[in-house]
Structures are given as C-alpha cells and as structure tokens.
Design a protein around this ligand. Structure first.
Ligand SMILES: *Cc1c(COP(=O)(O)O)cnc(C)c1O
Length: 297
C-alpha cells in the first residue's frame, strides 16, 4: 500500500498535486507514521519498557506516540508543556485521546519544560532512560529522517517541486535526502524559529532547499480569519480537509505565491499533506471559547 496522489487544480501555468499522507498509515497517520516507524523498531530491539516523549496540549506527535505505543504494546509517558493543563484535559481532545490510549501524562511548567534536555530535568522526573525509549519533542531524530526519506516514491522525479510544512524539520529532511538534484524542495514554516534551517542541515548531508517563512500566521498554532476561511473554501471546492497548523498554512502560501507571481520553483508541484486532522477538534474548542470562527469538518 502506498499513499495516493490527487490532482488539485491548475493555477496560472502551475499544476498542483497532493500526496495524501493524511489518509495513510496503520492507526498512526501522516508524517508521524514515517517519523515513528524506525524509532518503534529500535525501541523493540532495545526491549524498552515504554516510550517517553514531550509535547504541547494539542501536539500531533503526542497523540501519535500514544497510539503507536498502544498498537505496539509499549507503555507511554507524555510530558506536557503547561502545568495548568493537569486540571483541564477535557479541554483538549488531543490530551483526552492520549489518556484513552493509555498514555500517562505529566504536566510541567513552561520553564521546566524548557530544561527538558538537561540532566537536572531527568534526575527530577526520575525515569530511567535505560528502560524507556526517549523520543524528542516533535519526534525528530536520525531514525525519524530514515523514515521520512521513504516518503518520496520511485516515480516522483516527474514533479519539479516538492512542498511540505516544517516544524522541527524531520519531515523535510527526509524529502531533501531522497529528492533529485533538479527538484525544488520547498518547506513552509509553521512557526517562527530562526535556527530552523541550520537544524535541518545538521540532520542530513546539506543540499540546496528552500524555506518560506512568510506564512506562519503569527507563529505555532496561531491563526487569522483569512486562513480559516481559506481552509473552509478549499474543503468545499476540493473535498480535502487541511489542518490549520501545518498543511493549511502551506497550501495557503503556495496559492498566494503563485497568484502574486512570486513562485519560482517549477510548474509541476507535489504537495505533501502531512496529516494532523486530529488537532482540528481541539483547535475549534479554543476558537469557540474566544468567539472566533471555526473550521468546518
Ligand atoms: C508534526 C507535524 C509536522 C511537522 O513536521 P516536522 O518533521 O516537525 O517538521 C507537519 N505536519 C503535521 C500535520 C504534523 O503533525
């Protein structure tokens, strides 16, 4: 089984295709399927007792790790950013799903969360990393890139540009690794993080690629009414659900760049829909609470 590719539309003289990673996977879908694949194999090989990972209260990675643990028979521990969430897990469908799938959650303050890679932190939480397999925030490490380098298929050389959203960069690193030299790999930042390009280049043998930073809509999980209305219209027109944190911002950016004649990356474009549909419910919960418009789904 391979993820399907659909033709979306033609704008100006660009043809847009979308690879539906969002519909692909075994329980765990989207880019997280590829990012976790070899990490899970390694945890099995190590005979780890469980998986520990990190994330915010709406993290697709936390959700995917809980599910992967359940499917593969691992205990899972999730360290959640923001101690105020311990008393309101029902306000995040992501956290509720994690709990339902057997993940044990620990809620820590933002300042402690920032120290999550320190010895101090690991002494404090008192989990042995010998027994637990530790997956970093967002799931990006070398084994994740081994997985995401399998996203590109044999015949994808027919496309002259490959686009994906970027957060910790593990997904685009795999695309860059597997792409041909004549292909444009174009990443769209979903957050404001200045060191991102270097971090990706450290994961792989550096190759030319492009990072667009103009469509973050204010930062990670931030939004604007025009983004929401774009996602809703896109769904009406093309019957494809985009998420507001990653693929929605990217597709908005691609359309906008082509329409304003600022797209210089080729005319046969393959867009990777990386998934993340589970976040929409929680996103809408927050929007509704603020009296803002919601994503129709
Ligand atoms: C996690 C995630 C990303 C970001 O992937 P990185 O490898 O961290 O750059 C993109 N899209 C979706 C839907 C995600 O869940």
């Amino acid at each position: 089984m391979k993820p399907v590719t659909e033709f979306i539309t033609k704008i100006e003289d660009c043809k847009l295709f979308i690879r539906r990673l969002d519909l692909f996977g075994e329980g765990v879908t989207g880019n997280k399927y590829y990012k976790l694949k070899y990490n899970i194999l390694k945890a099995k090989k190590n005979k780890s007792k469980g998986l520990i990972t990190f994330g915010g209260p709406f993290s697709n990675h936390l959700y995917a790790t809980a599910l992967a643990g359940k499917i593969n028979g691992f205990k899972t521990i999730g360290i959640v950013r923001g101690d105020e969430w311990s008393s309101k897990t029902n306000e995040s469908s992501t956290l509720s799903s994690c709990i339902k799938n057997g993940m044990k959650l620990f809620f820590i303050s933002r300042s402690l969360y920032k120290q999550k890679n320190s010895v101090y932190f690991w002494n404090l939480i008192n989990f042995s990393s010998n027994m637990y397999y530790v997956i970093p925030e967002g799931g990006t490490n070398k084994l994740a890139v081994k997985g995401t380098s399998e996203i590109i298929q044999k015949n994808d050389f027919v496309y002259d540009s490959l686009c994906c959203p970027v957060a910790t960069g593990g997904t685009i690193a795999g695309l860059i690794k597997s792409s041909n030299l004549n292909q444009n790999v174009v990443g769209f930042s979903s957050l404001n993080h200045k060191g991102l390009k270097n971090e990706v280049d450290n994961l792989i043998i550096p190759k030319k690629w492009n990072l667009i930073n103009n469509y973050t809509f204010g930062g990670y999980a931030k939004t604007k009414p025009e983004l929401i209305s774009f996602i809703n219209k896109f769904k009406q027109k093309h019957s494809i659900q985009l998420d507001p944190i990653y693929s929605g911002k990217m597709v908005f950016g691609i359309f906008d760049l082509i329409k304003t004649k600022k797209w210089f990356f080729g005319k046969n474009i393959l867009i990777f829909h990386t998934g993340g549909i589970q976040s929409i419910h929680g996103f809408n919960q927050r929007q509704k609470k603020k009296g803002l418009s919601c994503i129709l789904n």
